[in-house]
Design a binder for this molecule. Structure first.
Ligand code: NGQ
Ligand code: ZN
Length: 455
């Protein structure tokens, strides 16, 4: 989207807004240079204010593979034998074979448009599609990273790019499979990929670049050390599937999270994506290491991963849309809580104490954990912080007559779509009346790309 300087330096007024110290009424946010220059509470609306009912900080989406949006719903037909995560992965690898940079960018822009419309204002793109169809490097190593950056520029979403290191098909350094040829790097090439990635995101306002060893299946201990020696957030898929746990135990005698905690300096830089299959001791150790757990409840349900052991966990977590089979911030939080309710046959499982709202607990945790994992300033709305703002539609039936935390419960548990009304990124309005301002052009390009890809 073209930079729109008129949108900067503006004043937004909310009937109520969730700030660092809680809900406040009659709030004016003055935006300058992409930041919240000033926050006033208890002030009357002035004619120069753009007025909305309910204001919140936008949520971070800490784990996305944007291109997978293009195959959403195409792996829901029963195959010949035992459909599983691994058979889904075969479908995904076949989709990857066909993707060129233009199609990749068109799909990413569509996914980011939908993310913004659902209330996400920053994405952690766990990016591993580095090479051309035949596995040869692109002339520019950063070609695909630049396509992601361009989709972010088109949509306005904030980017934490996580270039993935991928070298093996299984524990103990097994050689990669042909279907993985577009992902592969040698450790010395990875530094060049990071340089190219930094160049690719340079045109964006507040991008962050981290590192992502794909999984313990895809990297050796030496490679993990090389990759994590680079600065920035560290993201890794871990303990998502039982087979992965069993293979790790067979190889090392340790479970994946146990192995990771013993062989890497896991700390607050780290985001352990999924971490579904953990013992009580592993769960406690992850929390005390200060890492963030990256939960992707819709994808974990869709892929049949299992349910995160939240009953043992008191550490940081955030949410991610991962496979992007369905993009919806509120629904990620709802499915997280509902998974817990279904297995424990209880209600309000994620709320920590009597009187705590489950929706507000989930929203605040996802905001803090997501910000930590993405190396971003995405706490509650605060002076000096990014003007990444979401407004909810007070006229939605699920929000009618609600106040404060009950609005978050209404949004997360009781609303279907269209609850998010406006979204501002660095003060620029990118969603108005629930629609991305560039949706028509983005969707037209997406339809064209998909008709080529799926023909
Ligand atoms: C991915 N997605 O990298 O896209 C993976 C599948 C794998 C999830 N784990 C591939 N949800 O883990 O090998
Ligand atoms: Zn993933």
């Amino acid at each position: 989207m073209a930079t729109d300087d008129q949108q900067r330096g503006q004043q937004l007024w909310f009937g109520q807004a969730w700030l660092a110290d809680g809900w406040a009424r009659d709030v004016r946010l003055t935006v300058g240079d992409g930041k919240l220059a000033r926050i006033e509470t208890g002030v009357a609306k002035s004619p120069s204010d753009e007025a909305h009912a309910i204001g919140l900080a936008g949520l971070p989406n800490l784990h996305s593979h944007a291109f997978q949006r293009g195959m959403a719903g195409l792996a829901e037909t029963r195959g010949p034998t035992g459909d599983s995560f691994w058979s889904w992965r075969e479908v995904m690898y076949r989709f990857v074979e066909r993707l060129d940079p233009d199609g990749f960018e068109a799909i990413a822009a569509m996914a980011y448009c939908e993310m913004l419309e659902s209330g996400f204002t920053r994405v952690g793109e766990f990016h591993y599609l580095h090479r051309d169809k035949d596995g040869a490097p692109f002339a520019d190593r950063g070609e695909m990273a630049a396509r992601i950056a361009s989709a972010c520029a088109t949509t306005g979403i904030g980017l934490t790019l996580l270039p993935v290191f991928y070298a093996h098909s299984g524990f103990g350094g097994q050689p990669p499979k042909p279907g993985q040829r577009r992902f592969i790097h040698a450790p010395d090439e990875y530094a060049m990929l990071l340089d190219a990635s930094r160049r690719a995101v340079a045109p964006l306002d507040d991008a962050v670049v981290g590192v992502a060893p794909h999984s313990l299946r895809a990297v050796t201990k030496d490679e993990l050390d090389v990759v994590t020696a680079h600065p920035g957030p560290v993201h890794i898929h871990v303990a998502e599937q039982i087979k992965e746990v069993e293979d790790c135990v067979a190889w090392s005698g340790l479970r994946p999270v146990e192995w990771l905690l013993r062989h890497a300096d896991v700390d607050a830089r780290w985001c352990l994506v999924h971490a579904t299959h953990m013992t009580k001791a592993e769960t406690r150790a992850v929390a005390s290491a200060g890492a963030v757990v990256g939960l992707c409840p819709i994808t974990e349900a869709n892929l049949g991963d299992g349910v995160f052991p939240a009953q043992w966990y008191d550490g940081a977590f955030g949410i991610g849309t991962d496979s992007n089979v369905l993009i919806d911030a509120a629904e990620e939080l709802r499915v997280l809580e509902y998974g817990q309710r279904l297995i424990h046959r209880a209600r309000n499982v994620m709320a920590p104490h009597e009187g705590a709202s489950t929706g507000a607990t989930l929203y605040r945790a996802a905001l803090a954990g997501g910000a930590q994992a993405l190396g971003a300033d995405a706490r509650a709305l605060h002076e000096g912080g990014a003007a990444d703002i979401v407004s909810l539609d007070a006229e939605h039936p699920a929000l009618t007559g609600r106040d404060g935390d009950a609005l978050l419960d209404g949004w997360i548990f009781a609303a279907r779509g269209a609850t998010v009304d406006g979204v501002w990124r660095r003060g620029r309005k990118v969603v108005a009346h629930g629609r991305h301002v560039a949706r028509d052009a983005i969707a037209a390009r997406y339809r064209k790309a998909l008709s080529l890809l799926l023909s």
